[in-house]
Design a protein around this ligand. Sequence first.
Ligand SMILES: [Zn+2]
Length: 638
Amino acid sequence: MSDLTGRVRGPLAPSTAVQRPLSIDDVEIHGGPLGRWQRINREASIPLGLAQMEKSGAVPNLRLAAGEGDGSFQGYRFQDSDLYKQLEAVAWEHCRHPEREGAYRAFVAESAALLARAQRPDGYLNAHYQVVKPERIFAELEYSHEMYCAGHLFQAAVAAARAGLGEDLLHVARRFADLLVRRFLVGGDDGIDGHAEVETALVELYRLTGERPYLDLARKLIDNRGKGLIKSTGMGPLYAQDHLPVREADTAVGHAVRQLYLEAGVVDVAVETGDADLLASSVRRWEDLVATKTSITGGHGSRHDGEAFGERYELPPDRAYNESCAAIASIHWNWRLLLATGHGRYADLIERTLYNAFAASTSADGTRFFYVNPLQRRADLFEDAYLGRRREWFACACCPPNIMRLVSSLGHYVATTDDEGVSVHQYVPGVIRAGGVVLDVETGYPWDGQVRFTVRSAPGGEWTLKLRVPAWSSTTTLASEPGTAATGTSGRLTPGPDGYAAIRREWQAGDTVTLGLDLTPRVVRPHRRIDALRGCAAIERGPLVYCFEQIDQDADLDDLALAPGAALRTAERDLPGIGTTVLIEADAVRLPPAPAHGLPYTTGADAAPAAPATLTAVPYYQWDNRDGGVMRVWIPLA
Ligand SMILES: [Zn+2]
């Protein structure tokens, strides 16, 4: 197998990895939910985002910084980062379809030219501080977001360069990065940004340019956390992960997106410097996070206060914050751990997060976005900016362009190569090109559990095809034609300790392998220590978490409970506002009407269930596409 790492057109190109990533355009996604998300991202979301770059002030602010406009600064001090994420989304979209994205090339070129004009001679670039308070540049790093914005600039520049959009943006990025190096690495300033992000971006800039000081600065910024250098955010040291040195912290704390972006940087630095202890600390926090602080949807952040992680097992369904950006950051972190270790548990969590916490962030038509992704919506707060319905944009618009850049780069997360062959982590219909291998993939996943791989071409000699067996699939089958040399042969399959089925042989064009995953719907119960979910259950099918929306029920949803041992029935539908879906119907009971007056506590026993009923569930990611009604993922067990 050839080594692809030197020319990866994608967000991540580690110089050493157990699993090596592919370029975005090495994977064609031809349909299924991911194909649909990429289509509406291109047709609806990105055009909407580009229009918002003017409307929201992101671009006009930079004109002010360049001395070219009238008016005053609009928005937050991190407004520049919206443009950077939008640029990255456009760059990866260009990478997928270079032949039809001329407007994207112009947008990147015009933005790079504006940024170059706005950039100070010393390389500094931040519209808020240049326009509003130049005297405070680098003087309030605890909440300034200057390095955070720089990080998003670096990632956009790396994307543009790798996607074939030239190096104008990279030139701007490097001048700013060089300033950071002069001041914070060579110059001895020990400041760190209150919002992690620049660490992972500096490492990627190093990977692209080979400029070692970028990596050294990323490492210093990580090593400086936990020394009390972040003083006056007013939110305490946990908020910005400054409570303990990174190597000593054993659990995720504080602002969820900050913690998760920090983890991406931690893995990047550990991989590039061969720091096994640093990597082990990230894995330790991952294991704790998965076991005690992760929503069933893969969402992270239990508290609105501080957009933060809660304590262990503090996972309220209605007050779950689960910011869309936290889902994205989690996918970034898990992808790094997957490449560094080759273990399928990280691909499992990517899948859970992608199809649930992340996918729910965007409306079916791609024009509305959630900032917060709770597991229950009550009837009272439909108009609330965070607990209400999806919105076109936000005053703090960190999420929408972040969503767009992940969707346009989804091909990067599907498959990898290693010294043995090709590994497939996510199942999408389309084509995978990896190290001389071309695989056609046919599947109706996640609605259908059969995934058929056909080798279209292959290099000579033996190599291994590895297929992830999701932990949720209780009986998995693997059939191959010709039927030789398959692990476990045809029939039921036990994956290896890394979570993958491995088939090693000399492959010929036309050989096929069909993976059969078990999509029997599952009733899932919470850990007994999650007090907020006690007595409830949820329904999953394949990678999808389901939810109940009022619109699908015959009775008040809050009066329904899942029957003991409920039978679950699936039904394919094409629903207005949603499109293709599979509903699940479950046996339920309708509880007697609850008292509407007096204290909601009693010494009396619950009345007996009144009547048999049916509950109907839709995939969580498809909720809030029909009306603004009540929704819940977790339903009481009768
Ligand atoms: Zn966000």
